[in-house]
Design a protein around this ligand. Structure first.
Ligand code: HEC
Length: 113
């Protein structure tokens, strides 16, 4: 009981340090936050979408693959996930500017050549 509670709080701390450090001020995430989001993109998104976003369990998220898809609907997908698929919603861990930044990063072409 004590051990498992300890494990849970350690997991919580790890997640908090990775994901919940508040974004700087208004819109764009701070440089430090952007570095964390970049890491998340590779480690978490990449685990399903491929390290080069060329697809895996999830579809390709390259600039070419996303061309023509509305930015707002991509943001909604990342925020809420796609029910009935493996795509989870991220809005419990990421705020709106974070998610918008990730989507813009993908639309610009990630990883940068
Ligand atoms: C557990 C696997 C998994 C993880 C982790 C994951 N995704 Fe997905 N994602 C999927 C799947 C599967 C789909 C396709 C859902 C469908 O069939 O509509 C998807 C769809 C998407 C789409 C829509 C693509 C399109 O063409 O419309 C975007 C954007 C996206 N994911 C971004 C992300 C981002 C950003 C992250 C990390 C924050 C992420 N995903 C993490 C599995 C995952």
């Amino acid at each position: 009981m004590i051990l498992s509670r300890h494990a849970v709080s350690r997991l919580g701390l790890a997640l908090a340090s990775l994901l919940l450090i508040p974004a700087a001020q208004a819109d764009a995430p701070s440089a430090a936050r952007q570095a964390q989001l970049d890491h998340l993109l590779l480690q978490d998104c990449g685990s399903c979408h491929g390290l080069r976003m060329t697809g895996g369990l999830g579809p390709a998220l390259t600039r070419e693959a996303l061309a023509g898809k509305p930015r707002d609907s991509l943001i909604a997908t990342v925020a809420h996930g796609r029910p009935g698929t493996a795509m989870p919603g991220w809005n419990a861990l990421l705020d709106e500017p974070d998610i918008a930044w990730l989507v813009d990063r993908l639309l610009e072409g990630y990883p940068t050549p």
